[in-house]
Design a protein around this ligand. Structure first.
Ligand code: SIN
Length: 290
C-alpha cells in the first residue's frame, strides 16, 4: 500500500502530500493514490523535493505527454537543453531575462486557454525564492460554479467566450501579437463559460483571463457586466488557497478547474521557478447551446 499522507491545506482546495520521494520512480499504486488526491484537492503541494530538471521532466511525464510552453515575449525557449521547461523568473543575466513574468503581479488566469486544447496540468518547482512576496493563489472553479445563483447558472449555460491570446498574465504582449482595441476582435479560442471536466465529470466555471474577454452574442457592455460579475464571484477569498513558497516546494495543479494568480515581490530579490505542463484535450461544454 502507498504510504503517502494527504493533508488538506485550505477548505476550498489544496493538499500537502508527504511520505513520498519524487526523485525515485513512483510505483503504480502510489501514482494512482496521487491521482486520486489530485482529483479531490485540485492542487497538490510537495515540500522539500530538490529535483533537477530531468527529474522534474520524468515526474511530469507520469501524468501524460508534455505540452511545451506557449510563446514567450522573447520568442525562444529559456532553457535550450530543456525546451519543455518554462522558466518563471525576474532574474536578468547581462540585461537579458532568464525567464518570464518578471517581478510584478501576475493576474488571475488559467494557462493557455487561448488555444483549443489548453494544458490539463502544470507543475511549478521553486528553485530560488524572495524573502517575502511572490505568493501564489489558486481558486476552485467547481466551487465557483456550484455557488452561483440559479438564475446566473441558467443564463450562462450554453454561452461561450473569447479567450484572448495577446497578453500574458504579467500584461506583457506575446511575440507576434498586436494590440487589441475591441475585445470582440481578440485572437484566441472560443470556449464554453461552463465546462465538463473530462476526468471527474463535474461542471466548472471556465473564465481564462479577464483582459479582452468577450461573451459571444452579447452587447459589449452586457458581456463586460456579466464577466465582471463572474470574475468577482470566482476569485472570492473563500474559494482560494494561498501558497507562501518555501525552497523546493513543488506544486501540481489542475488547469481545467482552477485559476491562479501571483503577488508582486521586491525587484531586487531573486525568484526562479521551473515549470512544466501536461497536454490537455479539447475543452468540452457542460451544457449544449440552446
Ligand atoms: C504562473 O502563472 O504560472 C506563475 C505563478 C508563479 O510565478 O508563482
Amino acid at each position: 500500500m502507498p504510504r503517502l499522507t494527504v493533508t488538506k491545506i485550505a477548505p476550498a482546495l489544496g493538499a500537502d502530500i508527504s511520505g513520498i520521494d519524487l526523485h525515485a520512480p513512483l510505483d503504480e499504486a502510489t501514482l494512482a493514490a496521487l491521482k486520486d488526491a489530485w482529483a479531490t484537492h485540485l492542487v497538490l503541494r510537495f515540500r522539500g523535493q530538490a529535483l533537477d530538471d530531468p527529474q522534474l521532466l520524468a515526474l511530469s511525464r507520469l501524468l501524460g505527454p508534455l505540452d511545451p510552453p506557449g510563446p514567450n515575449p522573447y520568442g525562444k525557449p529559456f532553457l535550450e537543453a530543456f525546451p519543455e521547461i518554462n522558466v518563471i523568473s525576474n532574474v536578468k543575466v547581462g540585461g537579458a531575462p532568464i525567464g518570464n513574468l518578471g517581478d510584478g503581479e501576475a493576474v488571475w488566469h488559467c494557462d493557455m486557454t487561448y488555444v483549443e486544447s489548453p494544458p490539463r496540468a502544470a507543475l511549478l518547482h521553486a528553485l530560488e525564492i524572495p524573502p517575502s512576496g511572490g505568493d501564489t493563489f489558486w481558486s476552485n472553479m467547481y466551487l465557483a460554479y456550484e455557488t452561483l445563483p440559479d438564475a446566473t447558472k441558467q443564463r450562462i449555460a450554453g454561452l461561450r467566450a473569447i479567450h484572448d491570446a495577446t497578453y500574458n498574465s504579467a500584461g506583457i504582449m506575446r511575440k507576434g501579437m498586436k494590440e487589441v482595441t475591441d475585445p470582440r476582435q481578440a485572437p484566441g479560442a472560443h470556449h464554453p463559460l461552463v465546462i465538463r471536466h473530462p476526468d471527474t465529470g463535474r461542471a466548472a466555471l471556465y473564465l481564462g483571463r479577464r483582459r479582452n474577454s468577450y461573451v459571444l452574442g452579447l452587447d459589449l457592455a452586457d458581456s463586460n457586466a456579466l464577466l465582471d460579475e463572474l470574475w468577482a464571484h470566482a476569485t472570492q477569498p473563500e474559494f482560494t488557497f494561498r501558497q507562501v513558497w518555501q525552497l523546493h516546494d513543488l506544486i501540481l495543479w489542475d488547469n481545467r478547474c482552477t485559476l491562479h494568480r501571483r503577488d508582486s515581490f521586491d525587484p531586487e530579490a531573486r525568484r526562479v521557478m521551473h515549470r512544466t505542463q501536461i497536454k490537455g484535450t479539447p475543452v468540452a461544454p457542460a451544457f449544449e447551446a440552446a
